[in-house]
Design a protein. Structure first.
Length: 184
């Protein structure tokens, strides 16, 4: 039986609509590196691989990424939950987040921003389109190189619900046998 719906504060709809897992975005500008926690990103296109991200203009990473035109989107697992929260609660203008949180910066293949070794995956990105940055702080990146750990195949990731709460990715539900790829 379907339960009746009740009014809900529109300011809290993100609890249900956050598009994907929490990521750590690393950047570098003028020999300074930074990491920010991000919960608002979305896949925009498959080929080229385009990802849209909202980065608040008051965030230290905003100007670093705006000036360099590149970043790395790193996918942490639940093992890094406290690190994700800590990174989100301090400014890279005041703290070296790699040192503060014991993370390892690794050189990327195609961009100047560092990868985070402790993350399950790292996606090297170049700014593809900045038409919406000025008005909405919305960056469109092209993923130009990807690094993903061989296992686990489906890592346990964090998804932000707002108000300091997270949920984790759940069990995998497959309908591969019913999928019609030529209908896309």
């Amino acid at each position: 039986m379907v339960k009746p719906k009740q009014p809900f504060p529109v300011s809290d709809v993100r609890r249900y609509l956050e598009p994907g897992p929490i990521v750590l975005v690393s950047s570098r500008w003028q020999d300074k590196s930074n990491i920010m926690t991000m919960g608002w990103h979305t896949v925009l296109e498959f080929t080229p691989s385009l990802v849209g991200c909202m980065i608040t203009s008051g965030n230290h990473s905003f100007n670093m990424i705006r000036k360099s035109g590149q970043c790395v989107i790193n996918l942490p697992t639940t093992a890094l939950t406290d690190t994700v929260v800590g990174i989100g609660n301090c400014s890279g203008a005041e703290v070296d987040k790699f040192a503060e949180f014991g993370l390892t910066a690794e050189e990327a293949s195609a961009v100047d921003a560092p990868l985070i070794r402790e993350c399950h995956a790292s996606f090297e990105c170049r700014l593809h389109d900045d038409a919406l940055v000025e008005r909405y702080n919305f960056f469109i990146f092209e993923v130009v190189h990807a690094h993903v750990a061989a296992s686990p195949k489906h890592p346990e990731t964090l998804h932000y619900l707002g108000d300091g709460q997270f949920m984790t990715a759940g069990p995998i539900i497959s309908r591969k046998s019913k999928f019609l790829p030529d209908r896309l």
